[in-house]
Write a protein that binds this ligand. Structure first.
Ligand SMILES: NC(=O)c1ccc[n+]([C@@H]2O[C@H](COP(=O)([O-])OP(=O)(O)OC[C@H]3O[C@@H](n4cnc5c(N)ncnc54)[C@H](O)[C@@H]3O)[C@@H](O)[C@H]2O)c1
Length: 292
């Protein structure tokens, strides 16, 4: 008995890194998996369809069920075809893991329009497009009288939720994914759809190329020590959130090694208030009470 027996799942960007680990664990836990990946370089350029197929071959060799899909998740029609691939191959869809991502790091003052647009596109639109088409599929099932127990897991980052210099494009997209998660969870609960997000930390080609991180993420020299940067550490939480019986929705979790932490959403703290409009002079006196 697996935790995901009978579940049909799409995982975007599952040809490498964290997404590949999700796909292998999902299949081992009994899910039928659509392995999506266009097989691009870390900056999103190029494409190699074999990336997704290699993971499918691995799953099938281990006795699991999977199909490859090489759609670009930023493409509106491609996103629809991705959802159709799950339904046409396996007969249904229960889980969408939005994971695909790229990096084009640059300090703000040097960032090009293309670097900004491409990163916002792959992460923010690349989450919206599959979610939009999957949500429409599940809403139709609800209208047809089918009881939907769907789960969406998005991929945010501390770079956006906490901030990281050199990543205004990536951080803005990842913070946006946090907001997308919370609003989608509120809108879609009526159709039986739960939406959560993770902010992972793991050794992949993205962190191995990041200055300052590349040395930190290395595996321990003692092979028996717990490798906190192993990308496989991230996947059990995602599988838990994907399971039919999990009640959680609208949450964002950090997951790194053996650590899982719940993020607190944006929240208001101290108040400055009076029953009239403030003058600038008054604010010059009073604003320090709010801090900053
Ligand atoms: N590695 C970390 O520590 C870390 C930290 C925070 C967030 N993340 C996020 O986790 C996710 C996975 O990253 P990773 O570190 O495993 O990187 P990775 O480069 O190993 O894997 C990302 C995969 O996404 C695919 N991809 C990129 N653009 C695509 C597109 N338009 N359509 C389909 N597939 C596409 C790539 O081909 C690649 O195989 C990303 O969203 C990343 O931002 C990773």
């Amino acid at each position: 008995m697996g935790a995901l027996d009978g579940r049909i799942a799409i995982i975007t960007g599952a040809g490498r890194g964290i997404g590949r680990e999700h796909a292998l664990l999902f299949a081992a836990e009994g899910a039928k998996v659509v392995v999506n990946d266009l097989g691009g370089a870390p900056d999103g350029s190029g494409g190699d369809r074999s990336a997704a197929q290699l993971v499918v071959d691995e799953i099938v060799a281990a006795g699991g069920e999977a199909v490859a899909n090489a759609e670009d998740i930023t493409d509106w029609d491609g996103g629809k075809r991705l959802i159709d691939t799950a339904v046409e191959t396996f007969g249904n869809l229960h889980v969408l893991v939005n994971n695909a991502g790229i990096l084009r790091d640059r300090v703000l003052v040097n960032m090009s329009e293309e670097e900004w647009d491409t990163v916002i596109d792959v992460h923010l639109k690349g989450h919206f497009v599959p979610l939009r088409h999957a949500a429409a599929f599940w809403r139709q099932q609800t209208k047809d009288g089918v009881e939907v127990k769907a789960s969406v897991i998005n991929t945010s980052s501390t770079s956006g939720l906490l901030g990281n210099p050199g990543q205004t494009n990536y951080g803005a997209a990842k913070a946006g994914i946090g907001a997308l998660t919370i609003i989608a969870a509120e809108e879609l609960s009526r159709y039986g759809i739960r939406v959560n997000a993770i902010a992972p930390a793991a050794r992949t080609r993205l962190t191995e190329q990041t200055p300052g991180l590349s040395e930190i993420v290395q595996a321990p020299t003692d092979a028996s020590a717990f490798d906190i940067w192993d990308p496989g550490n991230v996947s059990p939480l995602v599988a838990y959130l994907a399971a039919e019986g999990t009640p959680t929705t609208g949450k964002v979790y950090l997951v790194h090694g053996g650590q899982i932490r719940l993020f607190q959403p944006w929240t208001m703290t101290k108040t400055l208030e009076k029953d009239d409009r403030w003058t600038v002079a008054q604010l010059q006196t009073e604003m320090p009470r709010l801090g900053g």
